[in-house]
Ligand binder design. Structure first.
Ligand code: NQM
Length: 306
């Protein structure tokens, strides 16, 4: 059966012809946050989804990887596929070991299903707390998932907004496996990067030595740009001080990714090549870049391979 889906009104498709970055990525660089969507006719979107994206296939993701100069990807399950990880797993299996994944699983996932996910390259699960993306999942159910994945050596990726951190902090600190925070906990970048709100996020990282942070998604967080378009190689300047604080205090616990195909942007779609050109503004030295782009993601996702 061929299934077709109608995109959410106003949906912005990914940027079709990204520039070749001027910044040369170090050998072995990992795009540690990206997604695949469908294609919907092959991997239908989940009935409980809150948005319907354009298709963004594994082949298109791998073409972007090569265009930008990355070696590997971490493919993160997006909410539009719910807990059906087939599109993501298909991408991992097709990658020849060059992609690892983060899945969404329910507490009733079987041991065989977990073993299959691990075999495909999954190394973590994602808990999404962003209200526009998911219905609330009870913390007991999330704890039950953690018990199931802990023996596999997996971690938990958490996605939340800064305003919700105070309520979620104790729960996060009680999770007995490593955590990876998406998009710096989505700070309000109109506030002071040295002020109490972002300090609360840094305090979370200080409180648990195995919390990692993706210094990603400036295009989602920025208020006054300028956007990564039209040759702009120093884009989203209002986000840079936040990312730099994290990179400088926790150089061994940061990851970077494109967030391709950039779901749910409403203002503009960035040129991914220009996003890569933003990296030296948040990680200015070769040593910081090597940690951010190569050593940190390799340790978290490929520690079992030479
Ligand atoms: O790409 C992201 O990380 C961010 C998303 C989408 C998302 O997380 C999901 O659908 O699972 C967002 O803020 O809409």
């Amino acid at each position: 059966m061929t299934t077709t889906f109608e995109k959410t009104p106003g949906w912005l498709d990914w940027y079709p012809d990204p520039s070749t970055p001027h910044f040369r990525l170090p050998d072995g660089a990992v795009d540690a946050h990206c997604h695949v969507f469908g294609p919907g006719a092959e991997f239908p979107f989940a009935p409980e989804r809150k948005y319907t994206p354009c298709d963004a296939s594994k082949d298109q993701l791998f073409a972007l990887r090569d265009r930008l100069g990355f070696s590997r990807n971490v493919v993160v399950q997006a909410t539009c596929h719910g807990a059906d990880n087939s599109a993501m797993v298909d991408a991992l299996r097709a990658s020849g070991g060059r992609a690892r994944g983060v899945a969404t699983v329910r507490p009733d996932v079987t041991d065989d299903e977990l073993a299959d996910l691990h075999d495909a390259g999954v190394r973590g699960v994602r808990f999404n707390f962003v209200r526009r993306l998911v219905d609330v999942v009870p913390q007991d159910a999330l704890r039950a998932v953690v018990e199931r994945i802990a023996p596999l050596g997996w971690h938990v990726v958490i996605y939340f907004e800064a305003a919700d951190l105070a309520d979620l902090r104790d729960f996060f600190l009680s999770i007995p496996v490593p955590l990876v925070v998406d998009h710096m906990g989505r700070p309000d970048v109109t506030k002071d990067p040295t002020g109490p709100e972002f300090e609360a996020f840094l305090d979370l990282m200080r409180a648990k030595p195995d919390i990692w942070c993706k210094v990603t998604c400036p295009e989602r967080l920025s208020v006054d740009g300028p956007p990564a378009l039209d040759g702009e190689r120093h884009s989203y300047r209002d986000v840079v001080p936040f990312a730099r604080r994290v990179v400088e205090e926790f150089p061994d616990r940061v990851l970077w990714g494109t967030d391709w195909p950039h779901p749910n942007l409403t203002d503009h779609m960035p040129d991914d090549g220009l996003l890569v050109d933003g990296i030296p503004h948040i990680a200015p030295t070769a040593a910081l870049q090597q940690a951010l782009l190569v050593d940190n993601p390799a340790g978290l996702y490929w520690s079992d391979t030479p």
